[in-house]
Design a protein around this ligand. Structure first.
Ligand code: ADP
Ligand code: MG
Length: 396
């Protein structure tokens, strides 16, 4: 990666002693009736906070939560449950501070959580005035939120321009190192799996990976559109007929490099999209007009698994079937197993992909699991992430 200053570097050099450190974390956890249902992001944010505290800094942490309306903090918008969980994890009190843009009282060595940054007017549109006021709160700005690095907002991009010092936290640093390593000099063959629900949301990643990887595997609703492009029947399956030309272009790009995008030879179909719908394995050519394709079939899964086991580098985004329903989880399970068993270096990212990794228990056998969804995909595409670019611009 192009160099950025790092929190770990500053901590080691003693530069944080007595300083006010502002950390932009990603604490956007799922909540149900004010209760945190999954706290991975909070746990992942703890090392940066600990690092700054142990280096003698006082710490302000903030994050967005959900999609609030700017200008108000509604009952569903508050980071209060996050402050409570963070206090448990740190083993010390974490005061929640509202209305903080104008100034924050901070005792030496204290850690506070600044209320939902997306409630501040100007956050989303990266208002320079807001960014300047936030930068004035601190001596050192730390970005540790890879998941939002592809968005230029006031706490992710603007503030990095104006803070006296701007650096990457350990989580962001780890992401950039691991993903950079996988892409810069990947062990070959490099195989990418791009699956999930829609071609349209992942078209640019399909196009850019088609220029980089040795094999490109599609799955899920995306594979349905590719089946359509290949002239196969798909019944009532989720697909995007208006993306068929784009799918063909991706197939042609791979063909020009001497490989075919594998099209499923068998599929698991059902008459309805439901957990208890009866599942039937069919040859791809035999899909009926009322069928919904909800998973790849066992022969397809075995062939793809064979390809993955021989890969030098694997990039995985998107489940290949409706893995949330047990009857249609077989394809994604087989892919997950093959990734776990491969000697290649694997990287995976995406909200539902992470859920699949957790469901199939392979987390410790994936080379690197990215915390980013959109940011992960944009990094793979080779796009500059605005929040990272802002840190790079400050590194001299
Ligand atoms: P990610 O969050 O990992 O990037 P996506 O959001 O693109 O992945 O897609 C995941 C969703 O796609 C899952 O909820 C899964 O049920 C759905 N999906 C996968 N295959 C199919 C299919 N054949 N038909 C309908 N939905 C599918
Ligand atoms: Mg998703």
């Amino acid at each position: 990666m192009t160099t950025v200053q790092t929190l770990s570097g500053l901590a080691q050099s003693g530069a944080l002693k007595g300083k006010r450190v502002f950390i932009r974390s990603d604490l956007n956890v799922p909540l149900e009736q004010g209760r945190i249902t999954e706290d991975t992001r909070i746990r992942a944010s703890v090392p940066a906070i600990r690092m700054a505290l142990e280096a003698g800094a006082s710490v302000m942490v903030t994050s967005h939560l959900g999609r609030p309306k700017e200008g108000t903090v509604g009952p569903d918008d508050t980071l209060r449950p996050v402050a409570e969980r963070l206090a448990e994890l740190l083993g010390r009190p974490v005061r929640l501070v509202a209305d903080w843009v104008g100034g924050v009282d901070l005792a030496p060595g204290e850690v506070v959580l600044l209320e939902n940054c997306r409630c501040n007017p100007g956050e989303k549109k990266n208002d320079p005035e807001l960014a300047r006021r936030m930068a004035a709160l601190c001596d050192v700005y730390v970005n540790d939120a890879f998941g939002t690095a592809h968005r230029a907002e006031a706490t992710t991009e603007g503030i990095a321009r104006y803070a006296p010092v701007a650096c990457a936290g350990p989580l962001l640093e780890a992401e950039l190192t691991a993903l950079g390593r996988a892409l810069q000099s990947p062990r070959r063959p490099m195989v990418a799996i791009v699956a999930g629900s829609k071609v349209s949301t992942k078209l640019s990643i399909l196009q850019s990976l088609a220029e980089k990887v040795d094999q490109l595997i599609v799955g899920g609703g995306i594979a349905n559109t590719f089946m359509l492009a290949a002239g196969l029947p798909i019944g009532k399956s989720l697909a995007e007929p208006d993306q068929v030309d784009q799918a063909k272009a991706v197939m042609d790009a791979m063909r020009a490099r001497g490989v075919e995008v594998p099209i499923p030879v068998d599929v698991v179909v059902a008459p309805a999209f439901a957990a208890d719908a009866p599942a039937t394995v069919k040859d791809a050519a035999d899909v009926g007009p009322d069928d919904l394709i909800l998973d790849i079939g066992p022969r397809t899964a075995a062939a793809l698994a064979g390809q993955l086991r021989k890969a030098g580098t694997i990039v995985w985004n998107g489940p290949v079937g409706v893995f949330e329903f047990e009857a249609f989880a077989g394809g994604t399970r087989a892919i997950a197993q093959a990734i776990a068993e491969s000697d290649g270096f694997s990287i995976a990212g995406g909200g539902d992909t992470l859920a699949a990794i957790a469901k199939f228990g392979i987390a410790d056998r994936v080379g690197y699991i990215s915390t980013g969804g959109g940011a992960f995909l944009e990094f793979l595409e080779g796009k500059a992430l605005p929040a990272v670019a802002a840190l790079q611009a400050r590194a001299t």
